[in-house]
Design a protein around this ligand. Structure first.
Ligand code: DP6
Length: 330
């Protein structure tokens, strides 16, 4: 039996989005992306490999998962088993720590935590950069959750050099207010949505071109600690990504009426001189990038339309780490 490894990984929100794969088997992206890791939302995962186990098993929030979910985990663990040259099966237990308003559980924190725990359990000793190339093959956005603060996922040229790079610890009055618009299951998953966009949207080539510029511009804004510029680039990049979906065949959108309400509130706050900028992913939730010192004011404005349980304030989070014995709930 291997050691029981316990790892925590935080989720991340892309400011420059990953939208589209050039290789679906290896999860190689069409463009480099850049995210902020979040403190409040994370996954804790325990992995143990054991010769006595007849097959892999996967428990999420205390519940044994079915065949489909377990197969995804097995496929991912195979990457680590291949690296170790073993066929030994594993037991995986994960807990998603997501504040009351659900619908925010993410594949990014899930696969980053699982990668970190599998690495430790098997004693592979992969460095964080290499580990991010493993996390990537569970879910693209998981690549970036290996590190804290602002993180770039360099698209690279092949599987070995498409990895995450820490850019800045984001320790300079940065925060995010998450508006959990609803918890319904998505009609179009991000995986299907990005594929359809790449294959059919005439706007897609323009997205790839402009994402190249955005990534350079946002890194310059981060280096200069220019929050306004950071926010402007973030909001524009997210809007462009959502624009590509309207051009797809058939067209689709993740926006809901309440998403627009949240965006309008943020725009009104901006007119009042509060710097805040929105971004959305493959779902209706709105994330408002702001100065941490103004997050409470922004929350108060959002409370005029949204209930308390739908609003989450978070600061930037840290990279993956092994849990201390006292923290091990799984
Ligand atoms: C819109 O990482 O969920 O959130 O690689 O197919 O698992 P797969 O997709 P996923 O896509 C994330 C898309 C996004 C933008 C982003 O996080 O960069």
């Amino acid at each position: 039996m291997s050691k029981k490894a316990y790892v925590r990984a935080h989720t991340n929100i892309a400011l420059i989005k990953y939208w589209g794969k050039r290789d679906e088997t290896d999860f190689l992206p069409m463009n480099s992306s850049l995210s902020m890791t979040l403190d409040k939302l994370y996954t804790d995962t325990m992995v143990v490999f054991d010769e006595a186990l007849p097959q892999d098993s996967f428990y999420l929030n205390g519940e044994k998962q079915g065949e489909k979910e377990t197969q995804k985990i097995s496929k991912f663990l195979n990457l680590f088993r291949e690296e170790k040259n073993t066929a030994i099966r594993a037991r995986v237990e994960s807990i998603n720590h997501v504040p009351t308003a659900a619908g925010l559980a993410s594949s990014a924190s899930a696969f980053a935590a699982l990668a970190g725990a599998a690495n430790l359990a098997l004693g592979l000793d992969l460095d964080p950069q290499r580990l991010s190339t493993f996390a990537r093959r569970g879910s693209g956005s998981a690549t970036r959750s290996i590190y804290g603060g602002f993180v770039e996922w360099d698209m690279g040229t092949c599987s070995d050099d498409s990895f995450a790079v820490p850019v800045d610890d984001a320790g300079w009055d940065i925060g995010m207010v998450i508006v959990a618009v609803n918890q319904k299951a998505k009609e179009v998953s991000s995986r299907i949505g990005m594929k359809r966009t790449v294959e059919t949207s005439p706007f897609y080539p323009a997205w790839v071109e402009s994402a190249k510029r955005d990534i350079l511009d946002i890194k310059a804004a981060i280096a200069a600690k220019d929050f306004i510029r950071l926010g402007e680039i973030t909001e524009a990049n997210g809007m462009k990504m959502h624009g590509t979906m309207l051009g797809a065949e058939p067209p689709f959108s993740y926006w809901e009426p309440d998403s627009i309400v949240a965006i309008k509130i943020a725009q009104a706050l901006r007119k009042q001189g509060i710097a805040c900028y929105v971004t959305m992913d493959a779902g209706p939730n709105v994330k408002v990038l702001c100065r941490l010192s103004q997050a409470e004011t922004i929350k108060q404005a959002l409370l005029e339309h949204f209930t308390e349980d739908k609003l989450i304030i978070t600061k930037p989070g840290k990279g993956i780490r092994e849990l201390t014995p006292a923290e091990r709930a799984v």
